[in-house]
Design a protein around this ligand. Sequence first.
Ligand SMILES: [Zn+2]
Ligand SMILES: [Zn+2]
Length: 424
Amino acid sequence: MTDEHYLPQAPSGTHDVLPPASARWEALLVIFADLAERYGFALVHTPMFEDARVFRRGIGEASEVVGKEMYEFTDRGGRSLALRPEGTASVVRAFVQHRPATPWRAWYATPSFRYERPQAGRYRQHHQVGVEALGTDDPDLDVEVIALASHFYDALGVTQRQLRINSMGDPECRPAYVDALRAFLAAHSAELCEEHEERYSLNPLRVLDCKKASCVLVTQAAPMIDAALCDGCAEHHRRVVEGLAAAGIDAVPDPRLVRGLDYYMRTTFEFSSSALEGSQNAIGGGGRYDGLAEALGGPATPGIGFGIGIERVLLACDAEDAFVIEPPRPEAFVVDVTGGEAARDLVEALRNRGIFVERSYDDRSMKSQFKAADRSGAPLALVLGRDEVESGSVTIRRLREQSDQVTISMTELLARAEETGTIL
Ligand SMILES: [Zn+2]
Ligand SMILES: [Zn+2]
């Protein structure tokens, strides 16, 4: 194919976030950063790509994410690299590499990449906010992490939501449970869905999560993990459930809640929005991954975290008409009919004093500048004509109400901005 007719556009499954929609993204990130920091989490940035082994070992070869969806490539130096398919493994790799003091609490906002079939609400590059806390298996930390996510949804106004919670057990109790589940599925394999009829044995837990009617029906009689937990896991789970209740957070127990990544242990949780369609109603989730640091070559270190897809949670906001963010408007629009130099100096002086001001460029006519001032949404026009420039003053005109304009000295305007942080 020739390049002649190629019209550059964002790759399939990706999207641009532009103003005014981007104002919501910005507000969302500010809310998340604020909340995360209140809970003791500090920002971390890790590379967008890692040695592919970070994800192979961390997430697991058998997982769909690594097996089918990961963007893997060989760089010019012959290294096998992969774009981050999810948030946790990279952060835990950074923990293992730098060995910070524990408990180590990190938050992030980052794109993740998966080669999925593009469809509404699913992207090949999607964005997440999340947290990871490493260094303790105290169930109170599970409660804090879940509470943080829950308050984030509150702050966005996502009220039609449900939190499901489960324990996936640990190396002491899970193997026996998985064996029992596998044996049960073996006895019913002919009744499973097409995919699981053959593949149930590889990861029997995935069958519990299968949405196909046949698998749902068969597993109704399957052994469930909640009855198979060892004393340690049962006690941990009891403390988490109790802590959430004490925090006033409703959580529905769901023994089918097994997360797709192999490193999860004990607590798993998922938030869903009842305002979104069933198959795509998950708006965030996470869990404990006490084996992950070790899988990445570090000392055995318990950890817990969650990831929240920004695109998906914004869809949930839309479905509830929540989190409507008006893009910021300038306080004033500078109209300069003397050539633009006075405007150049005034906007710089005001911006230096913390004021959001706008202006026109290209020495437009007064009429055209006032049109632009109206469009900007600014309540004030600061007019600079020949008289004003000569006398070192500025005329303030209210754009949204009938009132007399006033002319004040530039010194006074700047002093007001300096003192009060506003010129309104
Ligand atoms: Zn199935
Ligand atoms: Zn256990």
